[in-house]
Design a protein around this ligand. Structure first.
Ligand code: MRU
Length: 356
């Protein structure tokens, strides 16, 4: 499986997703600040991967701490958390992972652990976040594969693959799961302007896996659907509100509208760490706006004239009524999402009650 992110004794190593597929190079981050910068500049991206990176970054930063007393250590910890929280606003996995690290620290303090023990606990928590993410992707893959047609022509948008997670992927996990179940699968990857995660990353992953992949520009999806080229759509998510409204890469909403028009099932695959029950609906999800240059320039070449205004939201909201089902590690949630998402969290609590 692709090594998206890994911890070494004194560094966190990530494949540089800005350079793929032309170059397969790895970036070594030796401080929490370097990890935060890697998230902000999209060396690593994708909602679950961002959460994992933040947790590992906090653990690394605290491993480097020279603090000898818990109070000073806790103050440095709070700074590291704030640093991570300031990187990207939309993917709720980031804030979920930071909260988990905060709870780990609180438990350590409560237990009266030494600074060395707290460091070990933070390392273990970050690694658990990483490992649980891979397990969640595998579970989503198995659940999601059940609803993939036997002869599938799947459209996906952006990259919700191994690169966007700790491994295996959410939407691409469903595709991989269907292939593992012996289904015949071909994939259409929207190129995903402006940063081309579909053309660069999704196609790279799937071609490596030997899954037939056709790259299309974003404006071709409608024509492809009209001529019967697609019978299933699956995408990832950056944040899912309590009512099922879903923030994902800009362009997802358009794909969902097209899928509805052509009566094609439209699924979202996301772990529970992407579901934000505190956000009532999509209108309350903060949408990151990125630099104009991402739109005006491609590969360093300027396309739009100087002086042209640019709107560059990184994500859009797909309203819940356009979503056929939300595939999670606890099964597939169906409308009404307000009920099925809440139930998935109850199942999760019960599961942890039994399995610890
Ligand atoms: O801006 P990005 O590349 O971080 O956006 C990524 C997406 O929108 C993904 O579809 C989403 O994070 C799901 S990843 C499993």
């Amino acid at each position: 499986m692709l090594p998206t992110i890994a911890r070494e004794a004194d560094a966190i190593v990530m494949i540089d997703q800005r350079k793929l597929p032309a170059e397969e190079v790895y970036v070594r981050c030796c401080t929490a600040a370097e990890v935060a910068r890697a998230i902000k500049t999209m060396v690593i991206r994708g909602a679950p991967a961002i959460g994992v990176a933040a947790a590992m970054g906090i653990a690394l930063g605290m491993r480097n701490s020279k603090a000898t007393g818990t109070q000073k250590f806790a103050a440095e910890f709070a700074k590291a958390c704030d640093l991570m929280a300031g990187t990207r606003p939309t993917a709720v996995n980031l804030f979920w992972a930071i909260d988990r690290m905060k709870r780990a620290l609180a438990a350590a303090v409560q237990a009266g652990e030494s600074v060395e023990q707290v460091k070990d606990r933070l390392d273990r928590e970050a690694q658990a976040i990483h490992d649980e993410d891979v397990a969640s992707c595998r579970a989503m893959g198995a659940f999601g594969a059940e609803v993939v047609p036997v002869d599938a022509r799947i459209l996906t948008h952006c990259n919700a693959g191994a690169l966007a997670t700790a491994g295996y992927g959410t939407a691409l996990g469903v595709i991989r799961g269907a292939v593992e179940q012996g289904k015949r699968v071909v994939v259409f990857a929207d190129e995903t302007r402006p940063l081309l995660q579909g053309a660069r990353l999704t196609a790279w992953e799937l071609v490596k896996d030997g899954i037939q992949t056709t790259v299309i520009t974003d404006n071709m999806a409608g024509a492809l659907m009209r001529q019967g080229g697609v019978n299933f759509v699956v995408v990832g998510a950056d944040r899912i509100a309590r009512n099922g409204d879903t923030a994902n890469k800009i362009g997802t909403y358009g794909v969902a509208v097209l899928a509805r028009e052509h009566k094609i099932p439209f699924y979202v695959a996301a772990p529970l760490s992407t579901i934000d029950l505190n956000t009532p609906d999509g209108s309350r999800i903060p949408i990151e706006e990125r630099s104009a240059k991402e739109v005006t320039h491609v590969g360093g070449a300027q396309l739009a004239p100087p002086g042209a205004l640019v709107w560059n939201p990184a994500f859009d909201i797909t309203p819940h009524h356009l979503i056929t089902g939300i595939i999670t590690e606890r099964g597939i949630c169906r409308p009404p999402y307000i009920e099925s998402l809440a139930r998935a969290f109850e199942d999760e609590k019960r599961y942890h009650g039994v399995h610890g």
